[in-house]
Each structure stands twice: as C-alpha cells, then as structure tokens.
Design a protein around this ligand. Structure first.
Ligand code: ZN
Length: 192
C-alpha cells in the first residue's frame, strides 16, 4: 500500500475543520479530502511532509473533492501535535480561490451599454475585491497558491533584506517570536 484515503474518522479531519473555521473562511464551501502515503517523497533532497493539490475535473467527478491534502507518514509521524497543526495550516494556505477583480467604468460601448475595465496597479497587477469568483453552477473557482516567500539563504546572508517580501516575512517572524514566547504552554498543550 502506498497511498490511501484517510477514513472519515481520522483525527486529521477535525484538525483541518478547525483550521478552516479559524483561519481559512474562504474554504468553508471547499470539499477537502485527505490522503496518507507511506512512501517517502523528497524534492531537491528536501523532505516533503505534506502536499496540497487542486482536484482535476476527473478527480472531482469521481471523488467530489475540490482539494486533496496528502501527508507522508514517515516524516508526519515525527512531528509534534503543534507541528502537525502548523503543517496542515500551511497546506491549507495553498488552497485558494479566485476573486472578482475591481472594475472601473470606461464609458459606454455600442448601444449605450456601460463598459468596464479591470483595474491594475503600476506593475500590471490586478486589483481584487473580496467577492469570490464562481462558475456557472455557482461553485467557487478554486486555485492553488504559491508561497509568500521564495528566497535562498545565501542571498539573505550576502545581501540582507533586499526586497519587500523578505521584509514582510521578517516582520511576521519578529512578531511571532514575541507572541510564541508567551504562548508556548498553550501551543504545546492545545488541540484546537
Ligand atoms: Zn508549501
């Protein structure tokens, strides 16, 4: 046996449910199916503990899942309970949804119908509303999201905080160090 779907009674389902409720409200309509794999998987010689995927149309038709999360049993079983929660929370951060873009009126077209244009910033980035984009059946249009920060340790060692993504990450890290020093008891003990 290499990969299997976790039983609905698995302790991971309530963990995922609580994380969605607390931090990922955009996933409240998402069907997330959990899998376990007892074969190890490495990428560029780094251990993969878990991974998130968006279900393909075929998979959705057969399993009804919107996303799948797979945990790799060997590294997973080495984690503490708070690390397991962090790991699942991380995978849920990859599970995103498309949002409607901000549009501005740009005069009227033929027949007097109002025309709209998607608003972009000076770098060409689209500006989004908080409204979830839906398909013709009213279902959210799901997507996978990349990490907030992609960087090499060597670059930070040589050039320091050279861009805003690293700066933003450092600020969060500084804050979480302060928070965690007062919360350690709870995060070790907590199961919710
Ligand atoms: Zn990731």
């Amino acid at each position: 046996m290499a990969i299997w779907e976790l039983d609905a009674t698995s302790e991971l389902y309530p963990m995922v449910g609580r994380l969605v409720e607390r931090y990922h409200s955009h996933l409240s309509e998402a069907r997330i199916t959990l899998y376990a794999n007892d074969k190890n998987r490495n990428k560029a010689n780094k251990i993969i503990i878990a991974e998130a995927s968006k279900a393909s149309a075929k998979m959705k038709a057969s399993t009804n899942a919107d996303f799948t999360l797979t945990v790799y049993m060997t590294p997973w079983s080495d984690l503490t309970m708070s690390q397991k929660k962090a790991c699942l929370d991380h995978e849920l951060c990859h599970c995103g949804v498309h949002y409607e873009p901000v549009k501005e009126a740009v005069g009227s077209g033929r027949g007097g119908r109002q025309r709209f244009k998607v608003v972009r910033d000076e770098y060409g980035r689209i500006q989004y509303t908080n409204e979830i984009k839906r398909n013709e059946n009213g279902e959210p249009k799901w997507r996978l999201l990349p990490h907030d920060l992609e960087e090499f340790r060597d670059i930070v060692a040589r050039h320091g905080i050279w861009d805003e993504d690293i700066q933003a990450f450092k600020e969060v890290l500084d804050r979480s160090c302060v928070d965690n020093s007062s919360n350690t008891e709870e995060s070790i003990r907590g199961d919710d």
